[in-house]
Design a protein around this ligand. Structure first.
Ligand SMILES: Cc1cc2nc3c(=O)[nH]c(=O)nc-3n(C[C@H](O)[C@H](O)[C@H](O)COP(=O)(O)OP(=O)(O)OC[C@H]3O[C@@H](n4cnc5c(N)ncnc54)[C@H](O)[C@@H]3O)c2cc1C
Length: 448
C-alpha cells in the first residue's frame, strides 16, 4: 500500500517563507476564511472537490426549475483573481497524517503548517441501504439538477400512459423531512402542480398528483417558534400538500414508501431531506469524533488534542453555554466561526491574544410559496407577505456576485409576476466513454 509520503506533492504550489494554511472545503466557512485571509502574510491553499461554491439555501429553486444552476453556484477561481496569497486547487482530500502534517488528495500530497477542515456534511440515510439506494438527496447543485430532470421526465412519461393507476406513482412526489429544505421543496413542487404543469401538460390530470411531506417529529421547522411552525403547515395545506407529522418512513424500494402503522404510498420520486451527517477524513483519532459524527473542538475551533488543526461549520461540534448540544448546522454558524478564526489567525501575526467564539443567532426563516413565508428574529416573529419579502431580500443579499444577484432578482420578478418559470428543460448528460472520464474528473470515481 502506498503511504501519503510516497505520493508526489501536488505540482506547481509555490514554496514560500510564509506559514501555509490549507483549507479543505470552500463552502460557507472555508470560503469566508480564505477571503478574510487574502492579503495577509499567510500562504492560503484552498481545496474543494468542486471548482465552485454552492449556495445551498436556494438549491430547492434549481430542483423546481425556478433558478439555473449557475445562479446558485459561483466559480471559486474568479473570487481570487486579484489575490496573490490564495491558491485554489480542485482536489478531493482523502486522508490526514497529523504527525507529518500532510494531506492526501487525488492530486498528490500537500504539507501544511495549519490545517482547517470545513468539509460540511452529507445526507444521512440513518443506515437504511434501500432508502440510500432509491431516494434522492439534495445536498449539491448536481443533485438539485438531477431532481429537476427527474420531475420533468416523470411528466413527459406520464403523458403517454392511459391507465390512471400506472400514472399515479409516476406523478406523486413524496418528500421526507420537515425542516426548511423539505418545507420549501414541498411548497415549490405544489406550486408547479397548481399553476405550471397543467399548462405544460394539458392532457394530464394533475388531480392524480399528490405532494406529500412526511416528518417523523410532531412539528415542521422544529427550530422555529410555534406560531411559525403552525403557519408553515397551514400554508402548505393551502397549497394542497398533504402534511404527515409523527410519521416514520421505514423503507423504500424505488416504488413503494413503507410507513410505520400507515398505508404505503406509491411513488417513483422520494426526495430525502431528513438528516445530515458530518463529512470525515481518514487519519483522525476516534476520541476526536463526537457520537453524532461531528469533530470536537474547543472555543477557538481547535480540534481537541491538536495544536494546528481547526474545524469549522457543519463538521464541528462546539459547545457553548447557550448551546450545550452544539450549534445548529446552519450557514450563519459556519460564517461566524470562519470570521472569528480569521481574526485570531491575523492576531497571531501581530502577537495579540485570541478571542473565543460566541455564536450570535440572527434568526431563522423559511418560505413556503408566493407571499407565504415565516421569519423568526431574536425578538420578533412574523409570517405572511412581509415575511416573504424579507426572505427574498435576505437571500438576494446573501448570494455571491452582483451578476448573480441581478439574474436572481429578474428571474424571481418574472416568475412571481407570470408564475411561469422558464427552466423546465430536460437536459440529460451525454454518456461519457470510460476512457475519457478522467479528463472530466468525475466526482463519484474520485471519491471511491
Ligand atoms: C438544501 C439545503 C438548504 C439549506 N438551507 C439553509 C438555509 O436556508 N439557511 C441556513 O442557514 N442554512 C441552510 N442550510 C445549511 C447550510 O447550507 C450549511 O449549514 C452550510 O453550508 C455549512 O457550511 P460549511 O462551510 O460547514 O459546509 P458546506 O457549505 O457544505 O461546504 C463544504 C465544502 O466542502 C467540500 N468538500 C467536502 N468534502 C470534501 C473533500 N473530501 N475534499 C474536498 N472538498 C470537500 C464540498 O464540496 C463543499 O464545497 C441548507 C443546507 C442544504 C443542504
Amino acid at each position: 500500500m502506498i503511504t501519503i509520503q510516497e505520493l508526489t506533492p501536488i505540482p506547481n504550489i509555490p514554496q514560500t517563507d510564509s506559514k501555509r494554511i490549507v483549507i479543505v472545503g470552500a463552502g460557507f466557512a472555508g470560503l469566508k476564511l480564505a477571503q478574510k485571509l487574502s492579503g495577509t502574510g499567510y500562504q492560503v491553499i484552498l481545496l474543494d472537490k468542486n471548482n465552485y461554491h454552492q449556495f445551498q439555501p436556494l438549491l430547492y429553486q434549481v430542483a423546481t426549475a425556478a433558478l439555473s444552476p449557475s445562479a446558485v453556484s459561483f466559480p471559486l477561481r474568479r473570487i481570487f483573481h486579484k489575490t496573490d496569497n490564495v491558491i485554489f486547487r480542485m482536489a478531493v482530500v482523502r486522508k490526514v497524517d497529523r504527525e507529518k502534517k500532510l494531506l492526501e488528495t487525488n492530486l498528490g500530497h500537500l504539507n501544511y503548517d495549519i490545517l482547517v477542515m470545513s468539509q460540511g456534511a452529507s445526507t444521512n440515510f440513518f443506515g437504511n441501504k434501500n432508502i440510500q439506494e432509491n431516494a434522492i438527496p439534495m445536498k449539491s447543485t448536481s443533485e438539485a439538477l438531477y431532481i429537476r430532470n427527474k420531475i420533468i421526465s416523470n411528466y413527459e412519461r406520464a403523458i403517454n400512459l392511459s391507465n390512471v393507476e400506472e400514472k399515479r406513482p409516476i406523478m406523486n412526489v413524496v418528500i421526507v423531512g420537515g425542516g426548511a429544505t423539505g418545507v420549501e421543496l414541498a411548497g415549490a413542487i405544489a406550486e408547479l402542480r397548481n399553476h405550471v404543469f397543467p399548462k405544460d401538460y394539458p392532457q394530464l390530470s394533475f388531480q392524480n398528483m399528490r405532494v406529500i411531506l412526511i416528518e417523523a417529529g410532531p412539528v415542521l421547522l422544529s427550530g422555529l417558534r410555534e406560531k411559525s411552525q403552525e403557519k408553515a403547515k397551514l400554508y402548505l395545506e393551502k397549497l394542497g400538500v398533504e402534511v404527515k407529522l409523527n410519521t416514520m418512513v421505514e423503507d423504500y424500494d424505488g416504488f413503494t414508501v413503507k410507513i410505520q402503522d400507515q398505508e404505503p404510498i406509491k411513488t417513483i420520486t422520494l426526495l430525502w431531506a431528513a438528516g445530515i451527517k458530518a463529512n470525515l477524513l481518514t487519519g483522525l483519532d476516534p476520541v476526536q469524533i463526537a457520537k453524532n459524527g461531528r469533530l470536537i473542538v474547543d472555543e477557538y475551533n481547535r480540534l481537541i488534542g491538536e495544536k494546528d488543526i481547526y474545524i469549522l461549520g457543519d463538521q464541528c461540534f462546539q459547545k457553548e453555554e447557550k448551546f450545550p448540544n452544539g450549534h445548529p448546522q446552519v450557514a450563519q454558524v459556519a460564517i461566524q466561526q470562519a470570521s472569528n478564526l480569521a481574526n485570531n489567525l491575523k492576531s497571531d501575526l501581530k502577537g495579540k491574544d485570541w478571542k473565543p467564539f460566541n455564536y450570535r443567532d440572527l434568526g431563522s426563516m423559511a418560505t413556503v410559496g408566493k407571499k407565504m413565508a415565516v421569519v423568526d428574529l431574536p425578538f420578533i416573529s412574523f409570517q405572511g407577505i412581509f415575511a416573504w419579502l424579507v426572505w427574498l431580500f435576505v437571500h438576494l443579499m446573501a448570494i455571491l456576485g452582483v451578476k448573480n444577484k441581478l439574474i436572481i432578482f429578474i428571474t424571481w420578478a418574472w416568475k412571481y409576476l407570470a408564475f411561469d418559470p422558464s427552466l423546465r428543460l430536460l437536459i440529460r448528460p451525454k454518456y461519457v466513454k470510460r476512457n475519457k472520464r478522467e479528463w472530466l474528473l468525475d466526482q463519484d470515481e474520485l471519491e471511491e
